[in-house]
Design a binder for this molecule. Structure first.
Ligand code: FMN
Length: 141
C-alpha cells in the first residue's frame, strides 16, 4: 500500500518560527505509512498576478511546483502566524496562487494553531479555505 502523502505549508519565514517547529515535529511523529513534506519555498513565489496564470504552461516555476505538490498530495497541513489580526502575507499569496488550481477543491486540510490567542487569523484562514472548497478538518472541541 502506498504511503499517505501530506504537504505542509508554513506561513512564517522566520528562522526560529514556532509554526515551522510544529510542522517539523509532525514529520518526526508521523506514523509509518504517512509522509509529510514541509515546503519551505513560500518566499520564492512571486506576488500573485492573475495575468501570470492565464497559461498553465507559462506559470512561474515556484508556482508550478506549489500547484503540482498541492494537487498530488493526499492532504494539506497549514501552520501560520497571525499578523495584525490577519493571515500572514506569504501564506495568503500562496493561497491566491492555488485558487486557480483544479485539484484543490475537496482537498482534506488540517490547520495548526500554535498560538491560541491568534483566533482572528485562524478564522480568516478557515473562511478562505472554505471559499476555495477545501475540506477543512473541524476545530477540536
Ligand atoms: C508584525 C507582527 C504582528 C503580529 N500580530 C499579531 C496578532 O495580531 N495576533 C497575535 O496573536 N500575534 C501576533 N504577532 C505575534 C506572532 O503571531 C507570533 O510571534 C508567532 O509566534 C509568530 O510565528 P512564527 O514563530 O511561526 O514566526 C505578531 C507578530 C509580528 C511580528
Amino acid at each position: 500500500m502506498r504511503a499517505v502523502r501530506l504537504f505542509a505549508l508554513c506561513g512564517s519565514l522566520r528562522r526560529a518560527s514556532v509554526n515551522r517547529a510544529a510542522l517539523e515535529a509532525l514529520v518526526l511523529l508521523a506514523p509509518p505509512g504517512v509522509e509529510i513534506e514541509v515546503w519551505d519555498e513560500l518566499a520564492a513565489l512571486p506576488a500573485f498576478n492573475p495575468d501570470d496564470e492565464e497559461s498553465s504552461s507559462a506559470l512561474p516555476p515556484p508556482v508550478a511546483a506549489l500547484r503540482r505538490k498541492t494537487e498530488t498530495c493526499d492532504g494539506l497541513i497549514v501552520a501560520a502566524p497571525e499578523y495584525a489580526h490577519g493571515v500572514s502575507g506569504v501564506l495568503k499569496n500562496a493561497l491566491d496562487w492555488l485558487v486557480g488550481s483544479e485539484a484543490f477543491a475537496g482537498k482534506p486540510t488540517m490547520l495548526i494553531n500554535v498560538a491560541p490567542r491568534a483566533f482572528h487569523a485562524q478564522a480568516q484562514l478557515r473562511e478562505i479555505l472554505a471559499t476555495m472548497s477545501a475540506r477543512v478538518a473541524p476545530e477540536p472541541a
